[in-house]
Design a binder for this molecule. Sequence first.
Ligand code: ADP
Length: 276
Amino acid sequence: MSENIISLNHVSFTYSESKVPAVQDVSFNVKKGEWFTILGHNGSGKSTITRLINGLLWSDENDADSIIVDGDPLNEQNLWKIRDKVGIVFQNPDNQFVGATVADDVAFGLENRGVPREQMLSIVDKAIQEVGMSDYKTAEPSNLSGGQKQRVAIAGILAVKPKILILDEATSMLDPRGHDEIISLVKKMKDKNDLTVISITHDINEIMLADHVLILNDGKAIAQGTPKDVFKNEKLIDSIGLEEPFIFKLIKKLIKAGIEIPENVDSQEKLVEILC
Ligand code: ADP
């Protein structure tokens, strides 16, 4: 897990309608196979970064090799090659559907790439099965629940075999059950398909899934590292009004109450293991 699959080097972006940069001199590396979380308040620049990574937004402010995806600099020549490698699940599932049925929708990306019909049908079947939606192949996407819609969106992305899956607040419109369903599905798909996951969120507790966290504030990267490292800097976290994840708060309370908690305990599972 050491090779960088995405590198941003001093990337900035200002929307033409705006005078203030949405993203300012941001640098980070995402390692192959990791779960990388970008956390920040609304308006901190998270979505802009997502769109810069797959070339939906482009700026001449940056050097030619300021965004590297899977070894290639993001430029006009590599744009489609890179887009093929980066799948994005957006916040509102209703805005992502193009097919009249679940199967049509999942087939869309493959049709666009000219995959022969027989092969396409088999890939579509498999992708729908992988996300647990086989009973809904002929259903209209608009009649599905929020969680089911996101499953279909994920199937459509998996069908074209990306290397990177970006969740752009993909669970923020779901109820807690839908949220948990999608997160555990993505975890499973990540391991099965050797994916790198970038999760954009303002859900503080979701960062506990991350190998690496980047905190954005007003378009600037103000902290990065493991969740534990990032939240060690209480002053910084306080200064931008972020709350600590529940598990870290709990560990601090337990230590204060005289319960010994080893340094390496940084997850609910590990905490339960040592307490029970
Ligand atoms: P986040 O995803 O963290 O909520 P965004 O990347 O959407 O943040 O927005 C970053 C900044 O850029 C905000 O100040 C926002 O108002 C501004 N912004 C976003 N989209 C546009 C746009 N299309 N035109 C002008 N400004 C925009």
